[in-house]
Design a protein around this ligand. Structure first.
Ligand SMILES: [Zn+2]
Length: 421
């Protein structure tokens, strides 16, 4: 560890007191967002609110705190190792701003718990650095420990809601991180619930829903419990009731529904759905991420069986009389692409695209939805087969609508994509 007192600008020295400069091996550290910087200055003995928070987190993990926690000149927060010492460093102003903008102190706990998770799960010992799958492990730990500390699911998710929904080389997209936090939170709730489940009062009435997972019709039986937890099961009529999948999860006041799918007590998928409509018209639409990597659109609603979204064979989708077709230019990977999309009042999107370089004969059908105004999920079909899921964010408003994001092909390939109208 290098003492760096000579080179500290006076103002920072006055602010921080004794400073330490460390050089960081980026492959042995994890940042909360983005890449790790190579040189970090941290304050050795400042007024350390973070250390108190971390000791609370550790108490709920049943472990002795053995980290050095300090404010530092990092852009957000990180977990690194310096010699034999495990460090958790954070930017005080950034943390304060997030706590204020999300209106909950739990955001600071969530950030620090995420960094604790990196250390406890050995991520700072490998030379992988920040990697999407390691980030998800830490996010799951965050949900778990925050639930144990008394945070609601919404409070646990608050800071993650502020992240961009774009996957990078180091970090997964927001939607994946929300699912991971929810998974940990649900796991803690399940463990806590095991002590209480002996009372028959916990039994709730289940409602039946009809829907689809991928292209298969599915029948869901779900109950909404107190404090937003949801449980139930579903099966595919085509396969018979013997193969029933269990679902457990939670719902949020804004209509987001997170479910984990279990088959024979093993987790097999994580689902993220959004509620649309109210009362008898309620329906849920979203995506199922299977643990084996397959991704399916899923939806269900009360009442009559849902119409089949993938059954349209004319390639263009139905045209809503109230909506106009927008033609836009864009790209998928390195290829220019030409898009025609219809967006109706409810945020339903349908249309198609083709690559001018390859000709119009090879046109891909798209359907999907816009949620919360600036997140678009599109499913791409090649023929009648689902071939990709696209997650896009609106990056510019005004006279031109610009959408950017990622296309995840079901064969594993992934492309940047974007278009504007
Ligand atoms: Zn991280």
């Amino acid at each position: 560890m290098t003492k760096f007192a000579l080179f500290i600008p006076l103002s920072i020295a006055a602010l921080f007191g004794a400073e330490t400069l460390i050089r960081v091996d980026a492959s042995r550290g994890c940042a909360f967002i983005g890449e790790l910087q190579e040189e970090i200055r941290y304050n050795q003995n400042g007024n350390n609110v973070g250390a108190l928070a971390v000791s609370r987190i550790m108490a709920h993990s049943g472990l002795k705190p053995n980290f050095r926690v300090a404010a530092a000149d990092v852009p957000n927060a990180c977990a690194v190792i310096e010699g034999n010492e495990r460090l958790i460093l954070y930017n005080e102003a950034w943390m304060r701003e997030l706590t204020e903008s999300t209106q909950t102190d739990w955001s600071a706990y969530a950030i620090l718990a995420h960094e604790v998770g990196h250390h406890l799960q050995g991520h700072t010992l490998t030379n992988e650095g920040s990697r999407p799958h390691l980030e998800l492990e830490s996010d799951t730990y965050t949900g778990f420990v925050l639930k144990n500390m008394g945070a609601s699911l919404a409070e646990s998710l608050a800071v993650f809601q502020t992240l961009p929904d774009v996957e990078t080389a180091t970090h997964p997209a927001r939607s994946r991180r929300l699912v991971a936090v929810t998974e940990g939170w649900n796991r803690a709730q399940r463990l806590a619930g095991e002590h209480e489940q002996t009372t028959p009062a916990a039994r709730q009435s289940f409602s039946q829903f009809h829907g689809r997972v991928g292209r298969l019709e599915a029948i869901f039986s779900l109950a909404w419990h107190d404090q937003g937890s949801v449980s139930g099961s579903y099966y595919y009529p085509a396969w018979g009731k013997e193969k029933t999948y269990h679902l457990i999860g939670s719902t949020q006041p804004d209509g987001q529904l997170y479910l984990e799918e279990f088959y024979q007590s093993k987790i097999t998928a994580r689902c993220h759905l959004t509620q649309r409509g109210e009362g008898a018209n309620r329906r849920w639409e979203g995506t199922m991420y299977n643990t084996d990597g397959r991704i399916f659109p899923m939806s269900f609603s009360s009442g009559a069986p849902a119409r089949q979204p993938a059954a349209r064979t004319n390639g263009q989708g139905e045209q809503n009389a109230k909506s106009a077709i927008s033609h836009g230019q864009g790209f998928v990977g390195k290829l220019d692409a030409s898009f025609s999309l219809t967006i109706d009042e409810a945020g339903k999107v349908s249309g198609s695209y083709y690559y001018p370089a390859r000709g119009r004969e090879k046109t891909y059908r798209l359907d999907g939805e816009i949620s919360s105004g600036n997140l678009m999920i599109l499913r791409e079909y090649t023929g009648s087969e689902l071939s990709a899921i696209c997650e896009l964010s609106k990056v510019r408003q005004g006279s031109q609508e610009v959408w950017r994001g990622t296309m995840k092909n079901l064969d594993g390939r992934q492309f940047q994509m974007g278009f504007s109208f």
